[in-house]
Structures are given as structure tokens and as C-alpha cells.
Design a protein around this ligand. Structure first.
Ligand code: SF4
Length: 291
């Protein structure tokens, strides 16, 4: 079900950019996510999304964002996509992400888009405009390069092959783009072949960086849903999780050291960075030089 709601605030912020994604301000234009990844952490109770199948559209998001941007004295990277993908299928109709990018371009803030969708290409013109002024970064989450496996794990999202093609187009237009290789699901994606397969595919399509985190975090409602889906899709795998991790939040693959080694070696060989590029505000001297 799609429902429109009124949001009270939009941009959350942290004092310093977060060390993983380089994001100072964060926002979600939707609540719930049509991509329906079976491992999604946003199903956890702490986020209080009663039914993750419902997508709530923050109908007043754009005027709210314009007001909030006008009051920000400190520039910093604005992150899209922490709790819900900014390029859901309904974004074609609502165009909230596009309108948000327009408002951000006018105010000269940098952006970091995190998505699983090639719909991001629709906004290439705005990303290029932002990139000319500050920085536009696009990260595609790709947990496997195997489209058949991804169809089961991320049933509502465009396939990894489509994401990689989109990455290539963005890179060809000078938009720094990369891959979030996370989560890496134990017993399903924790082979050296899967990890190096993603790294090689990312490299072939022009990725500038890959960030990874081996394993998956699981808790309460999210774990229940994940195990239910595993029972339907991969009989026996949920039992392996139960036996190996019990109630543990952090579920690291048993061979995580081997995976880390393979990942670092492959990225090193191919010259891919393993951290996300940062945007730095221009120094005072640079600012003065502009006048
Ligand atoms: S795209 Fe991200 S937010 Fe959406 S269901 Fe998948 S993991 Fe969750």
C-alpha cells in the first residue's frame, strides 16, 4: 500500500561526516521500501515501521527540505538512501528525489546517493550540475554479481547487471561511482568467488571505489522475516544461521579473514579504492581566490 504522510522534519545531521559514507546530513523521502530485500535492517523494531510492505511518501518533503537547507550554516554531504531507496519504482511518479536534487543543486550542497536502482540515470543532468559545483557521488549496493541469486535476495530491486550498467554510464559522465558490497550473507554470499566476482565486475564497469562489510546484522523482526524467507527460498540455511549465531546481532562469515584477504588483494590488483571519496569544504584561501 502507498500512503502519503506529512513529515515534521527531514534532514538529520551529525557533527562530523560519518566515517563510512562521508555523510553529514541524511534524509529519507520515503518510509518502507519497495525493493523488499529479504535481509533489510529497516524491518527492525527500533525503526517503528509497522508494515514494511507499506510505503509512506513524505508528501511535504520538498518545501520542508527547502526550508531546512536555507537554515543550514554549515555545508556538508547530504546522504540519500539510508533507510529507504531514493529510486523506488514509485519515484517515477512522485519525483521527490528529483525535486530534492533540484533544491540541493540550488543551495550548492554535495550529495551521496545510495541506491539499488538504475532509475538514478534519469537525474544524470542534476548530478552533473551538482558535481560541477561540489560533489555528486553514487554508490550502488551490490551483494552479488549473480542476477539469479539477487532475484531471490532483493526481489523488488533492479538486477545487479542493470546497476552495473548504470554505474558505467555515470562514470563515463564523470560522476564518481562505486559499490557497497554489503551485507555479505553467510552461507549464501560468503565465497571468495562471489567477493572477487563483485570486485571484478565493479572494475569492468568503471567503479572508483568499493566499500565492504562482511556478514550481516540481525535482530528481532528483521531476523524473523529473514529466516522465514530463507526457509522458503533456501531450505536448511536458516537452521545453519540458528546453529551458528543463535541470537547474536553481528553474524560474521566463518571465513571472513579469507574473504578480507581476497577482497583487499583484488582491489589492490585492480587499483580500486576501498573507501568512499570525501567532499571537503573549500578553505578560506580558496574561497577568497574566487573573488
Ligand atoms: S533497498 Fe535498502 S532500504 Fe530498500 S529493502 Fe533493500 S536494503 Fe532495505
Amino acid at each position: 500500500m502507498i500512503r502519503e504522510v506529512e513529515a515534521k522534519t527531514l534532514l538529520s545531521h551529525s557533527k562530523a561526516p560519518d566515517p563510512w559514507f562521508g555523510v553529514k546530513y541524511n534524509m529519507n523521502l520515503y518510509r518502507g521500501c519497495q525493493h523488499q530485500c529479504i535481509y533489510c535492517d529497516s524491518r527492525s523494531e527500533c525503526y517503528r515501521i509497522e508494515d514494511f510492505n507499506d510505503v509512506l511518501v513524505k508528501a511535504n518533503a520538498i518545501p520542508l527540505l527547502r526550508r531546512e537547507l536555507a537554515s543550514k550554516r554549515v555545508k556538508g554531504t547530504i546522504g540519500f538512501g539510508s533507510m529507504s531507496d531514493p529510486y523506488l519504482p514509485i519515484e517515477r511518479e512522485y519525483r521527490l528525489t528529483r525535486q530534492a536534487l533540484e533544491a540541493i543543486a540550488e543551495r550548492h550542497f554535495p550529495v551521496h546517493m545510495l541506491t539499488k536502482s538504475d532509475l538514478v540515470l534519469r537525474d544524470l543532468d542534476l548530478l552533473e550540475a551538482i558535481n560541477r559545483e561540489t560533489m555528486a557521488l553514487v554508490s550502488f549496493t551490490i551483494t552479488t554479481a549473480d542476477d539469479d541469486l539477487a532475484r531471490k535476495l532483493e526481489p523488488g530491486a533492479p538486477l545487479p547487471s542493470a546497476r552495473l550498467k548504470a554505474l558505467e554510464t555515470l562514470a563515463a559522465h564523470g560522476i564518481r561511482s562505486g559499490v557497497m558490497l554489503m551485507p555479505v550473507l553467510p552461507f549464501l554470499e560468503d565465497s571468495v568467488e562471489n567477493i572477487t566476482g563483485v570486485v571484478k565486475a565493479a572494475h569492468r564497469h568503471g567503479a572508483a571505489y568499493i566499500l565492504t562489510s562482511f556478514g550481516v546484522t540481525l535482530r528481532d523482526r528483521q531476523r524473523e522475516y529473514f529466516y522465514q524467507r530463507l526457509d522458503e527460498l533456501f531450505p536448511g540455511v536458516a537452521d545453519r544461521y540458528r546453529r551458528t549465531y543463535g541470537e547474536r546481532y553481528s553474524c560474521l562469515p566463518l571465513n571472513h579473514r579469507e574473504l578480507e584477504h581476497a577482497f583487499t588483494a583484488a582491489c589492490g590488483r585492480l587499483g580500486i579504492a576501498t573507501s568512499v571519496p570525501r567532499w571537503e569544504p573549500p578553505s578560506r584561501a580558496e574561497q577568497l581566490a574566487l573573488f
